[in-house]
Ligand binder design. Structure first.
Ligand SMILES: CC(C)(COP(=O)(O)OP(=O)(O)OC[C@H]1O[C@@H](n2cnc3c(N)ncnc32)[C@H](O)[C@@H]1OP(=O)(O)O)[C@@H](O)C(=O)NCCC(=O)NCCS
Length: 176
């Protein structure tokens, strides 16, 4: 568990998710799902039972190279990051991450803190390559990833379809 002082002066707690967080994690994901159209699920499209979420968190806890990180401000989940790496020997060095910060908490540096924490945990687990896909018009996320050393590696056409409209994504990545 890490306590980090944000540029706003607030104290952020960053820690791995525990099984007992399952309900709050589901509620958090349903909240952020309705806040933007940058994610692979929209409002009310994240249908996971508490039991399933508990299992998922347990799997992350038991994994050597994958994890779910929560960022909390005053006991409220403000951000969530998951890094998922391969299980097979040839793929274990490689991970993909997903990141959200709830809209009311944007701009405080929480996204940056979560990625920095992920990078240091990944290095300690011998993960040497991290990739992600980001919607091409998600300027805030692209700026954040670029600032932290991720580079654009390709353009993924028609990666997502939302209400009939197609969106291209960028493939970004970093070698550690
Ligand atoms: C992308 C996201 C995770 C960023 O989280 P955050 O906590 O607001 O990020 P930070 O505060 O650490 O940094 C955001 C940076 O973007 C910059 N920024 C803000 N608005 C911007 C804009 N319109 N264009 C470009 N950069 C912008 C900020 O200035 C900040 O940079 P700085 O650290 O140099 O000041 C958050 O906006 C989010 O969850 N969005 C919805 C879900 C999403 O898009 N997830 C990513 C999917 S790939």
């Amino acid at each position: 568990m890490n306590q980090i002082r944000l540029k706003t002066g607030e104290e952020l707690t960053v820690r791995r998710a525990r099984e007992e967080d399952a309900r709050r994690v589901i509620d958090y994901i349903n909240l952020v799902a309705g806040e933007t159209d940058y994610l692979s699920f929209g409002e009310n499209e994240f249908e996971v039972t508490e039991e399933r979420e508990r299992e998922l968190i347990k799997r992350f806890q038991q994994s050597e190279n994958s994890f779910m990180l929560l960022a909390e401000l005053n006991d409220t989940i403000a951000g969530l990051l998951t890094l998922e790496c391969g299980n097979r020997p040839r793929l274990m060095h490689r991970g993909e991450f997903g990141l959200t910060v709830s809209r009311v908490f944007w701009g405080k540096g929480i996204g940056r803190v979560l990625i920095e924490e992920m990078l240091s945990l990944a290095k300690a687990s011998d993960v040497t390559r991290i990739g992600l896909q980001v919607r091409i018009d998600n300027e805030r996320a692209i700026k954040l990833y670029s600032d932290l050393g991720f580079r654009v590696e390709g353009r993924l056409k028609r990666f997502m379809r939302i209400r009939g409209e197609y969106f291209d994504f960028l493939q970004m990545g970093i070698d550690l």
